[in-house]
Design a protein around this ligand. Sequence first.
Ligand code: NAD
Length: 309
Amino acid sequence: MNRPIRQAAVIGSGIMGSGIAAHLANAGIPCLLLDVVPGAVNEEEAAKGWGLDHPAVRSRLATAAIAKLKKTNPAPLYDEDFASRITPGNVEDHLERIADADWIIEVVVERLDVKRGLLERIEKFRRPGTVVSSNTSGISVNAMAEGRGEEFRRHFMGTHFFNPPRYMKLLEIIPGRDTDPALVSRMKAFCENVLGKGVVIAKDTPNFVANRIGTYGLLVTLKEMAEKGYTVEEVDAVTGPAMGRPKSATFRTLDLVGLDTFVHVADNVRDHVEGAEERAAFETPDALKELVARGWLGEKSGQGFYRKI
Ligand code: NAD
């Protein structure tokens, strides 16, 4: 692809998709932000007599994400107009608009089946030559590209941003088997020069580099806690503020990441590594699964290891 990146489309307006769209928009790149159509109207919409066919309801998830971004990224963190460069929509009514994008980023739930289904739909609407990437935390790029055409696969790669995208400098770029090496170099240069990221090119191994090591460390911490009886507060004290690292306490970070996402990420390594011992090392504790089943997903649901006030 020799086209410069002038417009982007981000699909999935959750924690990472909204943050990536904000980062692109702040760099001056207009961005389409799409999510699914909600399953039901909320109280406010019902009071206005709106149904699920109302355009504002259909694009509510992306619209709400942009409103939240405005609140959480006041100037001078991002420039005052960054949010006006993000256009909300939904994948049912607006997916064809991705034809205008030079870079399409998939940022939906960490499940191979969902990502594959979406990439199939993206292939129908994208212009030839458009870069498509996935923000997966660790699902195989080659597995995601399976079933897609040769031209698509040449333009497809993983671009793994870290949470929150505005602060975290690291970005892993994961080329697939068929990704054009010249395109990987151009994307690396773009992400470094325009988005201010520090890019590491990673191999397509389960969870790539950062999450393979990081997930292992978190799971060991959880197991040690259960065995030795450490509390959440004790672990956060020695891995966070008390150690002079205000933003990196273990459980605060897990709440920010999303407990459901963390379980998907750990399961992905467990299901793709060789040998019983390594598989056992990536087994998630039942207690964590119970929190997820209860709907305690972290900051996004208002309750994780901590309650959001
Ligand atoms: P999230 O749960 O906050 O958001 C996911 C969004 O995708 C939701 O708004 C959901 O409605 C939407 N969605 C689901 N299926 C869709 C579809 N078919 N079309 C359009 N939208 C759809 O999740 P997240 O934390 O933003 O994670 C998104 C991706 O980024 C995952 O692959 C995750 O592994 C990866 N990631 C997450 C983090 C993190 O710290 N949370 C960090 C790096 C990478």
